[in-house]
Design a binder for this molecule. Structure first.
Ligand code: PDD
Length: 281
């Protein structure tokens, strides 16, 4: 069955979807996006993703042209039309189409597209192997923009080395994964993850997982950490809407503890899935 996508107010089979060659998303990567997980045909952390979308738009002098309820309706319609039970929905908004000029155009309608992706979210994850690479991205990583070439390149360096992903490093400290937030667990069972700033994306899964960890009585410290510290950790993991809580079992060729997924990561993933199933809308 052909995937049905949403483009500027209409639902069409993906082959029929059209966007102008003058779209600023295409010419300038002038746009933002969100990715919301779908579990049991329902949306996980939806409100939070749409709040972040609004923040990203505002930071780029764009307005939110649809209400949360309208966006919820579109997401649900795509779940239905694509019979999606587990996966993700991507929502991308650009400043729209205009003759090429670095200055933002005035009074141009934004472009909005949404599409679904089927992917396993709840299956057992054996763990990923990461390498470290320099973080060459821009200074506003807190805005979820569609300019993703630097993280794509970072991912490809890992793939070419036969690994799964990269952790990006700036001034000696890990910022985040190419499309996920990064964590380690110390010998004292403390969860360490970088504090929020313009250096990283403020992950929605991060916020939920830290809240659940705290409710489970786990200790959390939000601060930058180095690759050397990570290699000494008892566990390491990533979070995102498309991976949930996923173990990291090797960093720059060094196995983390036994080189297998550990109990903290396992518990957090289990609880996150359980709570998401309950709270999804
Ligand atoms: N990426 N950091 C970066 C750089 C990201 O791109 C993402 C998400 C995250 C995790 O954020 P969240 O928990 O809100 O998904 C952190 C999405 C999944 C993507 O680009 O496909």
């Amino acid at each position: 069955m052909a995937r049905v996508v949403y483009v500027n107010d209409i639902y069409v089979p993906e082959e029929e979807a059209k966007i102008s060659i003058f779209d600023r998303g295409f010419l300038f990567a002038d746009g933002v996006y969100e990715v919301t997980a779908v579990l049991d045909r329902k949306l996980v952390d939806f409100e939070e993703h749409i709040s972040r979308l609004e923040r990203s738009l505002t930071e780029l002098d764009m307005t939110m042209t649809k209400s949360k309820d309208e966006l919820l309706k579109i997401h649900r319609e795509l779940v239905k039309k694509n019979n999606l039970s587990e996966g993700a929905i991507y929502l991308q908004v650009t400043r729209g189409s205009a003759d090429r000029d670095f200055a933002f155009p005035k009074d141009v309608p934004q472009s909005m597209i949404l599409f679904t992706q089927e992917r396993p979210l709840t299956s057992v994850k054996p763990g990923i192997r990461v390498i470290s690479v320099p973080d060459i991205r821009w200074g506003r990583r807190d805005i979820k923009t569609i300019q993703l070439l630097a993280p794509s390149m970072a991912k490809m360096i890992a793939v070419r080395e036969g690994k799964d992903d990269s952790w990006m490093v700036e001034d000696g400290y890990v910022t985040e994964g190419t499309s996920n937030n990064a964590y380690i667990v110390t010998k004292e069972s403390k969860i360490i993850t970088r504090n929020l700033s313009n250096s990283i994306l403020h992950g929605i899964t991060r916020a939920s997982v830290l809240r659940l960890a705290s409710e489970l009585g786990m200790e959390i410290e939000e601060r930058p950490f180095t690759i050397a510290e990570a290699q000494e950790a008892t566990e390491a993991f990533i979070t995102s809407a498309t991976t949930f809580v996923c173990p990291v079992v090797e960093i720059d060729g060094v196995a983390i503890s036994t080189g297998k997924s550990g109990p903290v990561v396992h518990r957090l993933n289990e609880v996150y899935i359980e709570e998401s199933r309950k709270a999804a809308i």
